[in-house]
Ligand binder design. Structure first.
Ligand code: HEC
Ligand code: HEC
Ligand code: HEC
Ligand code: HEC
Ligand code: HEC
Ligand code: HEC
Ligand code: HEC
Ligand code: HEC
Length: 448
């Protein structure tokens, strides 16, 4: 039905443009200038024009100038074929028609993603890498500050544009770019609901959400039933309009029968799994319950509770067994000024620690959060453990510092989670068989 309607709209649209054409040749009213955008760009950039022409925007008569039109005083405004326009179409511009979405985006964590210059990651990019990689790497995902260049035909500095990072700092003060997820110029809702909409950024060694999703049962079910997901539907309520599998959008953004769509991707998260040691977010129980309303569309409440019980224990395991001791080691190393070179990241142990939490530790936590067992263990805790025992500890021992050595000796001898290192295999196997070993980890489960 929607397909037939779409064709009808297109035929009507073509007829309208044909009727309007003779008028466009003369005169210069606003409507005529607006009409010329399409006529000329249909010749100059046909692909772009077609994307727009087939979109809901074209069907609802939202034309080039409705998005690209600039106001006097806009820092990035320039005269183009008789009209004051801007190349950038910021969240503020989209927000003139989509107020709710724009507000939610500005209040979300995504909007802060451009403020990374003070981070350790940025320091590393600027010293170990160099400026070009900060621009084409970091800022391509996070968003950079858009610089104005009065000598450039579109007023935008080539150093900062193109860029469609999720937290881009725009000249009008708004943050982000809606087309980070809504690919222009089709702005198709089906496209935004697919996992691919997120996976330019959410992948790789330090946040492999795409890979985890693909290996999870949810990804398996999605890719097997992709064409039964009703992605084009105006409303997209899980359980009502589709039911085979959840996508990233389903769990983090889209509607359930009792929860509305949100553009604030933090609304359903109870933990932050990014820092060296994970912490609960503010109001985390409420946020967790928001996520559970999604799960219980397809699972029982007990099943969903069971997932969180196991996931929490994995986060606690990472925190208590590895992240806290590794952090303590680094604290002692710094306090006692044991490192040879003065600059941060100029010593091997700093890279070892960095990879432990920033890459391996995140992979394990993300794997457990989103049901990817291979990332939880082989790309996760396995790598954390290998790093901790065979890189971190030997690097620390190299300093041969009495205080640091005392800390390490105590850790291995007295922490029952690390005791195995100095125990004969036979004794350990007996402890595993008898269940005594498992009891060591009982404290990691929350029995609330
Ligand atoms: C007579 C033809 C013509 C008309 C009319 C026209 N454009 Fe263009 N426009 C062009 C061409 C050609 C370019 C590409 C220039 C280039 O390649 O650098 C362009 C570039 C642009 C750009 C990108 C600028 C940049 O380099 O970042 C935008 C945005 C744009 N046009 C929007 C519009 C809008 C909105 C209208 C209607 C007000 C419009 N155009 C009318 C021919 C036209
Ligand atoms: C719904 C809003 C919207 C409409 C309608 C729209 N654009 Fe755009 N356009 C954008 C956005 C968003 C960008 C990316 C700019 C940014 O990241 O801020 C863009 C970028 C562009 C660019 C520069 C980027 C590139 O890929 O070269 C051109 C040229 C352009 N638009 C032309 C047009 C023309 C011509 C039309 C009408 C046929 C049109 N746009 C209609 C939102 C729109
Ligand atoms: C002049 C008003 C206007 C502007 C500006 C505008 N839109 Fe829209 N948009 C609409 C209308 C009208 C519709 C169709 C009715 C609806 O779905 O609300 C629509 C629909 C959409 C849809 C749903 C498309 C679908 O397949 O159902 C998305 C996504 C969207 N707009 C994103 C954007 C983004 C991103 C921007 C800025 C780059 C933007 N819009 C700018 C008016 C606008
Ligand atoms: C253009 C890159 C990009 C795209 C596309 C993107 N994200 Fe993000 N996302 C980020 C960055 C960067 C952060 C970290 C934000 C920061 O550092 O402030 C983030 C953070 C998040 C968070 C954590 C929020 C919090 O409050 O802690 C969630 C959840 C998330 N994104 C989900 C999604 C989903 C779902 C999609 C697709 C529908 C998506 N993202 C698309 C770059 C992106
Ligand atoms: C492929 C896209 C991508 C690239 C390239 C990238 N990041 Fe990120 N970054 C993300 C995403 C996505 C997140 C959020 C991950 C999550 O929540 O699990 C993130 C998280 C972060 C965080 C943590 C934010 C917080 O609040 O905990 C910082 C800081 C950061 N990135 C800085 C950088 C810097 C600096 C660079 C370049 C050296 C960089 N990133 C390169 C996508 C990227
Ligand atoms: C992190 C990715 C992401 C970003 C960034 C994003 N959107 Fe969306 N948007 C989505 C997804 C996913 C949906 C589909 C939600 C659903 O219906 O399931 C959507 C739906 C929409 C819709 C359709 C409304 C509806 O509920 O049917 C509009 C309009 C829209 N977005 C506008 C915007 C605007 C404007 C911005 C920038 C201020 C923006 N979006 C930024 C992912 C994003
Ligand atoms: C079945 C539901 C589900 C699906 C599908 C899903 N996620 Fe998640 N996601 C979760 C849960 C649950 C958490 C952890 C929530 C918490 O902290 O309580 C999470 C956490 C996250 C985080 C926060 C990580 C951090 O470092 O704090 C990001 C980012 C994220 N998901 C992105 C994605 C992306 C991108 C996709 C698709 C490739 C995706 N998710 C698919 C349920 C899902
Ligand atoms: C749209 C339906 C849907 C939603 C929503 C959904 N799931 Fe699932 N889930 C499935 C399907 C289908 C399977 C595969 C069942 C099977 O293996 O037979 C599955 C499997 C699982 C598994 C088993 C994984 C494995 O590898 O054995 C877990 C755990 C899980 N889901 C947890 C969750 C959690 C937690 C949420 C909410 C954050 C959630 N699911 C949301 C449909 C859904």
């Amino acid at each position: 039905m929607r397909g037939i309607l779409k064709n009808l709209y297109i035929i009507m649209g073509v007829m309208l443009i044909l009727v309007a054409l003779p008028v466009l040749v003369f005169g210069d009213t606003d409507a005529q200038i607006a009409g010329k955008c399409m006529t000329c760009h249909k010749e100059k950039s046909l692909g772009l024009y077609q994307q727009w022409f087939m979109s809901q925007h074209a069907m609802h008569k939202v034309t080039c100038i409705d998005c690209h039109g600039a106001k006097k005083g806009d820092k990035d405004g320039f005269m183009h074929e008789g009209a004051l326009i801007a190349t950038l179409v910021t969240p503020k511009d989209c927000g003139t028609c989509h107020e709710k979405e724009a507000k939610e985006v500005q209040n979300s964590y995504h909007a802060t993603a451009g403020e990374i210059l003070d981070s350790k990651d940025a320091y590393l990019a600027h010293v170990a890498g160099g400026e070009p990689v900060a621009i084409t790497g970091c800022e391509s995902c996070h968003g950079g500050k858009i610089q104005i260049d009065k000598n450039s035909p579109n007023m935008l500095s080539k150093k900062s544009w193109p860029n469609s990072g999720i937290g881009r700092l725009n000249p009008d003060g708004s943050k982000g770019s809606c087309n980070a997820c809504h690919t222009r110029h089709s702005f198709s809702i089906a496209q935004a609901r697919k996992p691919e909409a997120c996976s330019k950024c959410h992948l790789g060694p330090d946040h492999p959400q795409k890979e985890i999703y693909e290996e999870s049962k949810h990804g398996n079910a999605y890719y097997t039933h992709e064409h039964e997901m009703n992605m084009d539907s105006d409303k997209w309520v899980v359980g009502v309009d589709y039911f085979e599998a959840p996508t990233c959008a389903t769990c983090h953004m889209s509607a359930t029968s009792s929860t509305p769509v949100t553009h604030d991707v933090g609304k359903r998260l109870s933990w932050t799994l990014r820092p060296p040691v994970s912490k609960h977010k503010d109001n985390w129980q409420e946020k967790r319950n928001n996520m559970k309303t999604v799960c219980i569309t397809c699972h029982s409440q007990t099943f969903a509770d069971g997932h969180y019980y196991q996931f929490d224990a994995l986060v606690n395991l990472y925190n208590d067994k590895f992240a806290k001791p590794a952090g303590e080691i680094m604290k002692i190393v710094k306090a006692r000024k044991l490192m040879e070179n003065p600059a941060a990241f100029s010593n091997e142990i700093e890279w070892v620690y960095w990879e432990l939490w920033h890459h391996e530790g995140r992979r394990a936590r993300h794997g457990a959060a989103m049901m990817g067992p291979d990332y939880t263990w082989w790309h996760g805790i396995y790598d954390v453990a290998h790093n901790f025992y065979f890189k971190m500890l030997p690097e620390a021992r190299k300093f041969n510092d009495p205080e640091l050595n005392a800390y390490l000796d105590k850790l291995i001898k007295e922490d029952p989670m690390h005791e195995w290192l100095a125990t004969p295999t036979g004794d350990i196997k007996e402890k595993i068989r008898s269940g005594e070993m498992q009891k060591v980890y009982e404290k990691l489960y929350n029995n609330k």
